[in-house]
Write a protein that binds this ligand. Structure first.
Ligand code: HEM
Length: 127
């Protein structure tokens, strides 16, 4: 018998709305804008694929791009603790905007928090 994954609970439609709401914020955030491309269309497309599989849905990211190797893929960008904090704040606001709430939100956010810490690759004072 198949368990319901967080992806099943959230659903594709809400996940896509979440990613779009998230990158709208990233694209306006003064501390995040400098490291992101000005056109976030492709970034958002990849993030939808990635978060689908991260939440237990189909392996859309890996099928197209191979192993995520997220920390390695983030090494070209200076990711400080402050940027991780701002990334997470954009995500939490986006969750609120699309009406993701309760345990599903808390669990998802808690995982993203840990993954975000893992992406930090630059001490604050090297900025
Ligand atoms: C790509 C920044 C955390 C998943 C990127 C890119 C930047 C970035 C600048 C490249 C965008 C592009 O060239 O299209 C950050 C910052 C983070 C963070 C500042 C703060 C800690 C995370 C987390 C996840 C994640 C927590 C996953 C849960 C991805 C994915 C991509 C990406 C899937 C696309 C990789 C690819 O090019 O195939 N991120 N990121 N990021 N990020 Fe992050």
């Amino acid at each position: 018998e198949k368990m319901n994954t967080p992806y099943d609970v959230i659903g594709e439609k809400k996940l896509h709305l979440l990613v779009d709401a998230f990158y709208r914020r990233v694209g306006k955030h003064p501390d995040l804008v400098p490291i992101f491309p000005s056109d976030l269309t492709e970034t958002a497309r990849k993030q939808k694929q990635f978060l689908t599989q991260y939440l237990g849905g189909p392996q859309l990211y890996t099928s197209e791009h191979g192993h995520p190797m997220l920390r390695a893929r983030h090494l070209p960008f200076e990711i400080t603790q402050t940027r991780a904090k701002h990334w997470l704040a954009c995500m939490e606001e986006a969750m609120d905007e699309v009406g993701l709430e309760g345990k599903i939100k808390e669990d998802f956010y808690a995982r993203l928090y840990l993954t975000a810490q893992h992406m930090v690759n630059t001490p604050e004072n090297e900025m």
